[in-house]
Ligand binder design. Structure first.
Ligand code: ADE
Ligand code: ZN
Length: 329
């Protein structure tokens, strides 16, 4: 079996995936029409042309615009179901997904509509083809901490469905320290914590995510290599770093996949793995991310196995399930 076949067939987990980032242009058009929402594109070609981002901020503008077509519980269900089918196709057996309730609640959509649509689709995927899952609610860091507290209040009624809280959106200028109290309260309420850090922002944001927000994983984290002490801490603590190669190229974190620092992170023995982030916007789901980064960095089969095993180890599957899946790799 060649390495591409291996990547496609091996059971995998995904730990960094925004469900709103799986909204494909065709589905965006169908929903816009059905819900009578105007979008700033005439056709799919125009949408694809707009996906020419210069940085995180320029992507987020279009991403929040796209999310406006999601109105009914069925829209969130269909969106999530389409992603679950991609998991089946890519042999993803376990996924831990993000959703951004403030993006929807702040334009008048009820929290229940959002969480129930997502949860019901994942439950169906679990029943029909065994996909296991966790749901992580992200706070939007460009908004205030007060807004985060308001959305946390709504999440409390759905503790049975929401496993953890994360932090996403515009990183630069919105440091983890802005959300220290919100994360403290989230932990007191029983949520595990996660945060995007060191995607575009400095290594200090990774330190602060660990020390102030007590995160279980750092999302992206690719800027860590600038700080030797941080690398040592991440290695010693086996802190997972959920790297997203195609996202990093689309948002110009690196100029080219060949310049991506994933191999250096592997060589530093960091707990890294590959994820797709917002696949409908960045040009590919998990297998494509793995296949393209393998080719660009000439990763060995051992490197690929390490990435996949790291992902299982960094997931919140039970220890028994982790061992069972890892034994199949
Ligand atoms: N929201 C969706 N994708 C994101 C990313 N890559 N970084 C920060 N916020 C996001
Ligand atoms: Zn992300």
């Amino acid at each position: 079996m060649n390495i591409v076949e291996f990547i496609k067939k091996v059971p995998k987990t995904e730990l960094h995936l925004h469900i709103e980032g799986t909204l494909e242009p065709t589905q965006m058009f169908e929903l816009a029409k059905k819900n009578n929402i105007s979008i700033p594109f005439k056709n799919i070609q125009e949408v694809k042309a707009a996906y020419n981002f210069s940085n995180l901020e320029s992507f987020l503008k279009i991403y929040y615009e796209g999310a406006k077509v999601l109105i009914k519980e069925k829209d969130f269900f269909d969106l999530t179901w389409a992603y679950a089918l991609k998991c089946k196709e890519d042999n993803i057996v376990h996924t831990e997904i993000f959703f951004d309730p403030q993006t929807h609640v702040n334009r008048g959509i009820d929290f229940e509509i959002v969480i129930n649509g997502i949860y019901k689709a994942l439950q169906k995927a679990n029943r029909e083809f065994g996909l296991s899952f966790k749901i992580i609610m992200c706070f939007l860091r460009h908004l205030s901490e007060k807004s985060g507290f308001e959305i946390l209040d709504q999440a409390l009624i759905h503790k049975d469905k929401i496993f953890g809280v994360g932090l996403d959106s515009s990183e630069k200028g919105n440091p983890p320290s802005k959300f220290k109290k919100l994360f403290k309260k989230s932990i007191e309420e029983g949520f595990l914590t996660f945060a995007h850090a060191g995607e575009e922002g400095p290594p200090e944001y990774i330190w602060d995510s660990i020390n102030l927000l007590k995160v279980k994983r750092v999302d992206h984290g690719v800027q860590c290599l600038q700080d030797k002490k941080l690398v040592e801490k991440l290695r010693n603590d086996k802190t997972p770093l959920t790297v997203c190669p195609l996202s990093n190229i689309k948002l110009h974190v690196f100029n080219d996949l060949k310049e991506h620092n994933l191999k250096k992170m592997l060589d530093e023995k960091l707990m890294v793995m590959v994820n797709s982030d917002d696949p409908a916007y960045f040009g590919g789901y998990l297998n494509k991310n793995l296949i393209e980064i393998q080719s660009a960095l000439s990763l060995s089969i051992i490197d690929i196995k390490t990435l996949i095993i790291n992902s299982f180890k960094s997931s919140f599957l039970s220890e028994e399930k982790k061992a069972e899946w890892i034994s199949k790799i």
